[in-house]
Design a binder for this molecule. Sequence first.
Ligand code: CIR
Length: 254
Amino acid sequence: MLTAITRHVSPAIDRCELTHLERNPINLGRARLQHRAYEHALRDLGVKVYSLPEEPNLPDSVFVEDTAVVLDECAVITRPGAESRLPEVESIAQALAPHRQLFSILAPGTLDGGDVLKVGRMIYVGLSGRSNQAAIIQMRAFLNPFGYTIKSIRVSGCLHLKSAVTQVSIDTLLVNPAWVEAGNFPGLNIIEIDPSESYAANALLVGENVLYQPVYPRSLERLEALGIHPVLVDESELGKAEGALTCCALLFNN
Ligand code: CIR
C-alpha cells in the first residue's frame, strides 16, 4: 500500500522562496482548497494520506518533497539548499522515523528532494542552485550499499531536476529539453512537453496512475496520445510559489 505524507499550506506562504518567478499574491484560501483536492485525489487512488499540521512560520513547508528521499529500504533526511527551509526537516524526520531507518545529509551538503528522481535502482540527482556535490557524495555512501546507483545531472534554467523531468510510467519520462538533456536517461522512453508550457514536466506517478495539472493542455495531449491518461489536479495557486505536483507529497510503500 502507498502512503503519502503531506502538510497543510502555511499561512506564511506569501513569504515563500522565489528563484525564477516574480512575487505574485497567493490566495491562501484557494491554495488550501486546491491542496485538499490534491490530497483527495491521492486518497481516491488508494493512498493513505497523513496530513501534518501547518507550520505558521515556515512559508514553504507545504513542499514536503524537498525534506526527504524515501526509498523502500531507508529514508534520507535532506538539508535543504535554502536557509529558510532548514527547520522543515525536523518534523518530517519524526513522521518518517516509525517507517524507515533514517540517514541525514550533513553540512556542507545541501539537497532538496525536488532534485532527486528515482527510476528503479537509478537515482538521478540534480546539481541545481539547491543541491551540491557534497550531498551527492553522502547519498552514494548511504545508498550504494542498498544497490542504488547515484548519477548527478546538471540542470539549468529551473529550480529543481524534477521541474525538468519526472517519471510517468515504469519506463517513460516527461521532459522539458530546454532545462535538462534527455540524453542523461539512456534506455528510457522520453516524452517532451510542449515548448510553450515550460513548467509542464512535473507529473506525479502514483503506482500506475499519473497526477497532472490541467493548466498544461498541450503537453497533456502528448501524454494522452501515447496512452497515458492522467488524473487532473490543479495546484496552480502553489505554482506561484514555484511548487508543483511532486513537491506536495512524500510517497512511499508501506
Ligand atoms: C522553494 O523555492 O523552495 C519553494 N518556494 C518551492 C519549492 C518547490 N519544491 C519542489 O519543486 N520540489
